[in-house]
Write a protein that binds this ligand. Structure first.
Ligand code: IPM
Ligand code: MN
Length: 353
């Protein structure tokens, strides 16, 4: 088997965590006797410096030709503090999502038992939490037009738009995942206020007829924000629109004890992208302190969702668990002496061989 992996390390801690995920992928090659071809390509602030474009056409072509994209992070404080910057690294991420048609972002929230004491929530609430959020990723207020300022600059506006087919395809996926899990779907919206949410609710209700074996519940987003941290165990699959999903997944990430642990998969029309949820964390860049587990667990999702190697995904997850149990972890989750980013990567890779 000869698979092509595009490697978009990006900014901040992106390159160092992706390096660890690559060590793990190479260990998988040895273990399973397969061969991957890795093609690096620039994205984010790094790409702006090199080409003026945060998602250059050449990078897009490499992604299109690959079987999977391993993504690091994008973002640079230089742009955050400059409200009039014309190009921003984040535009690269949005362009990539749109051009690859990545309409579904999958963020699994699973806890490692040996880490439940790290969670800000009580241990008894956290142990056994296992749900996934399906966030719509190419529509809603992130992309709706018109957006901008009035002529005199005193008014700003964004538009939230959804078309029926955009809702339908992700809701269908959500029902399918629920079917493979504990058969419970929570559809999060704000249907008491928003027209787009009413279109979502109507679509979910219509599709439910085809998936009547799945238990369905609707929840307003404000209530969902509360319930995710009060009763996290009650969730199985959560489906929601772009911005609600962005906010709820950051909130949900703390349940596990560290944002540094969370992986994600973005799937849709073209090549799928696998990316840790943590972002570029520029303060930690180059210091060998960033938690590589988010990136390594993203690689595990890549083997499961894109490379048809579920066994490799499972082994990686077990290796991560083992490394956590042995205390070979970075400072954000260490109980005693912390290990470096690279040391954690080495440990997990060697565990796979
Ligand atoms: C995420 C990030 C991005 C988003 C930013 C960096 C554009 O927060 O992937 O959750 O808002 O989608
Ligand atoms: Mn986010």
């Amino acid at each position: 088997m000869n698979k092509k992996i595009a490697v978009l390390a990006g900014d901040g801690i992106g390159p160092e965590v992706v390096e660890q995920a690559l060590k793990v992928a190479k260990a998988v090659e040895k273990r399973f006797g397969c061969h991957f071809e890795y093609t690096p390509a620039p994205v984010g602030a790094v790409a702006i410096e090199q080409t003026g474009n945060p998602y250059p056409d050449e990078t897009h072509e490499i992604c299109m030709r690959s079987d999977a994209v391993l993504f690091g992070a994008i973002g640079d404080p230089k742009y955050d503090n400059d409200p009039v910057a014309k190009v921003r690294p984040e535009q690269g991420l949005l362009a990539m999502r749109k051009k690859l048609g990545l309409y579904a972002n999958i963020r699994p929230i699973t806890t490692f038992q040996s880490l439940s004491h790290k969670s800000p929530l009580k241990t008894e609430l956290v142990d056994g939490v296992d749900f996934m959020v399906l966030r719509e990723l190419t529509g809603g207020i992130y992309f709706g037009e018109p957006r901008g300022r009035s002529e005199d600059g005193s008014t700003a506006f964004d538009t939230c738009t959804y078309q029926r087919f955009e809702v339908e395809r992700i809701v269908r996926l959500a029902f399918e995942y629920a079917r493979q899990r504990r058969r419970k779907l929570t559809a999060v919206d704000k249907a008491n206020i928003l027209a787009t949410s009413r279109l979502w609710r109507e679509t979910v209700q219509r599709l439910h007829v085809e998936y009547s074996d799945v238990e369905l519940e609707f929840m307003f987003v404000d209530n969902a924000a509360m319930q995710i941290v009060t009763f996290p165990k009650k969730f199985d699959v959560v489906v929601t629109e772009n911005m609600f999903g962005d906010i709820l997944t950051d909130e949900a990430s703390v349940i596990t004890g560290s944002l540094g642990l969370l992986p994600s998969a973005s799937v849709g029309v073209h090549t799928s992208v696998f990316e840790p949820v943590h972002g570029s964390y520029p303060q930690a860049a180059g210091k060998d302190i960033a938690n590589p587990l988010g990136a390594i667990l993203s690689a595990a999702l890549m083997f499961e969702y894109a490379l048809e190697m579920p066994e490799a995904g499972k082994l990686i997850r077990e290796a991560c668990e083992q490394s956590i149990a042995q205390g070979i972890v970075t400072a954000d989750i260490a109980a005693g002496k912390a290990c470096g980013t690279s040391e954690v990567g080495d440990q997990i890779a060697s565990c796979l061989k």
